[in-house]
Design a protein around this ligand. Structure first.
Ligand SMILES: Cc1cc2nc3c(=O)[nH]c(=O)nc-3n(C[C@H](O)[C@H](O)[C@H](O)COP(=O)(O)OP(=O)(O)OC[C@H]3O[C@@H](n4cnc5c(N)ncnc54)[C@H](O)[C@@H]3O)c2cc1C
Length: 443
């Protein structure tokens, strides 16, 4: 078959690799390079910064992991049993866990919140609830108000009533630390509490799936190894070009794709890994088009090199202080073998606020959090803003693209939809999902 894969992010690359053994595959990427969000920005002074934290983890699916990591030079990569994720909350840097420790609240709030959490009930209609109701039913009123509400307001700039029940998950706030490890162990014996209560340390109950990062910083090296594999498998890669038009036959099959350089490509099957609304716009004829437009927060990437080592060994750290601007800090020298003390601080805000946000404020926050020494000097800094950086998880965002996908799938026979959507956001879930969809399709 002639298969066209649209989008050269990790979803498009991996779809093309999985399909290339049995088919003629053409991969179309609008940008001049592959990788999508897995990009490395190379600076003139030999420093490399990713778009924040993009550290691949093995999926546990042997065939898929072979495709993903079989072509990397292991001697040039670090492997981690688990990632050392930390978080800063209420004036304390917790180097052992990404999860918020409820014991950092005022004593009375903590006890009240704990009793409420223990008294929560099973939720039946999760997807119909807004974030306010979902978080209150899951974690209790006090933890919702004192912990989730201020943090999600900082990150989304929206009230909990307007956000959906999964909004907190996109930032990794799925669980809370609620007490010491002995109490945690007992509570975690129940699946009900296991889903909301976090272990006190990343090391406890760590997944068997290893994470990887190059010894010399830059996740682009992964993309390069995959692009090399695409070439070995004779996938035709078209970069810097996007699709202008899709031509249908009478039975609802796309038979031809027209590119914006005028080239026409025959297709037996399309694998679509870019936003679904672009698909419905491309198609002439009576196809479903009405989808609520997605809204985004801008993401500021503040890159630094410091003269002194970081004061922690964490690979990355979430800043959960509602008054600080920082969201997440990726410490490349802790992920790699580099002796240059580099990091990227991601800030999620509206575009104008990010334009006005000075680098000095972020440096002060890194000092206040205890990530850099109070005497640390900035050797290099760089600021970049991604306008459509992070999707806002409004009520109508949840599942909207999935239902549009289903409708379009009914109208078009020869298209498969993969890639990031409202239910699959993180790299590992995007990749596992596309793998199983491909297996089930028999291709
Ligand atoms: C701010 C942010 C932080 C994140 N942090 C994490 C994290 O910590 N861990 C994690 O696992 N995941 C994280 N993710 C999610 C992760 O980035 C995605 O799961 C992954 O990148 C999805 O890959 P994709 O191929 O679906 O999409 P993308 O990486 O977006 O790739 C889509 C590609 O399609 C191309 N394209 C778009 N339009 C066209 C067109 N018309 N024609 C041709 N090509 C086109 C784009 O140029 C791009 O290369 C984060 C995402 C964001 C936005």
């Amino acid at each position: 078959m002639d298969i066209i894969v649209v989008g050269g992010g990790i979803a498009g690359i991996v779809s093309a690799l999985l399909l290339a053994d049995n088919h003629h595959v053409t991969l179309i990427e609008r940008a001049d390079s592959l990788g999508g969000l897995l990009q490395t920005r190379k600076m003139d002074n030999d420093l490399s910064f990713d778009f924040g934290t993009h550290v691949p983890r093995k999926t546990g699916i042997e065939e898929l992991d072979q495709v993903l990591f079989g072509n990397i030079d292991n001697s040039k990569w670090n492997e981690f049993e688990f990632l050392e994720v930390g978080n800063y909350y209420k004036g304390r840097l917790n180097k052992d866990s990404q999860f918020i420790n409820t014991q950092m609240l005022e004593k009375e709030e903590y006890y009240k919140g704990l009793v409420e959490l223990l008294n929560t009930s099973i939720i039946e209609n999760e997807s119909e609830l807004n974030a306010n109701d979902y978080l209150e039913k899951t974690f209790g009123k006090t933890f919702k108000e004192k912990i989730f509400e201020p943090i999600l307001l900082k990150l989304y700039g929206e009230e909990l009533n307007d956000l959906n029940s999964r909004a907190h998950l996109l930032f990794g706030y799925g669980r809370l630390i609620c007490g010491n490890q002995l109490m945690t162990n007992h509570l975690k014996e129940s699946v009900f509490y296991d889903n909301k209560i976090a272990n006190t340390s990343n090391a406890i109950g760590a997944s068997f799936k290893k994470s990887l990062y190059p010894k010399t910083p830059g996740i682009n090296q992964w993309i390069e190894s995959l692009e090399d594999l695409l070439n070995q498998k004779k996938v035709r890669i078209i970069k810097g070009i996007s699709i202008d038009k899709a031509v249908f036959d009478n039975s609802g099959n796309i038979i031809e794709i027209e590119l914006n350089n005028g080239e026409k490509l025959h297709s037996d099957l399309i694998t679509w890994t870019i936003p679904i609304n672009i698909f419905s716009e491309l198609i002439e004829g009576p196809l479903e088009k009405n989808q609520t437009e997605k809204k985004f927060r801008a993401v500021g990437l503040f890159d630094f090199e410091f003269d002194k080592q970081f004061q922690c060994n964490n690979h990355y750290i979430y800043c959960n202080d509602e008054h600080m601007k920082s969201f997440r800090i990726t410490l490349y020298s802790n992920l790699s073998d580099s002796n240059r003390n580099t990091c990227t601080v991601e800030v999620i805000d509206n575009y104008e606020n990010l334009l006005n946000l000075s680098i000095d404020i972020i440096v002060e926050e890194l000092k206040d959090m205890g990530i850099i020494n109070i005497d640390s000097k900035v050797l290099f800094s760089n600021k970049q803003i991604l306008k459509n950086g992070f999707p806002i998880s409004f009520m109508d965002f949840y599942g909207n693209d999935i239902s549009l996908q289903e409708k379009l799938q009914d109208q078009v026979n020869n298209v498969l939809f993969f890639g990031r959507n409202s239910k699959e956001f993180f790299m590992e879930e995007v990749l596992s999902s596309l793998y199983y969809k491909l297996i089930n399709s028999g291709l």
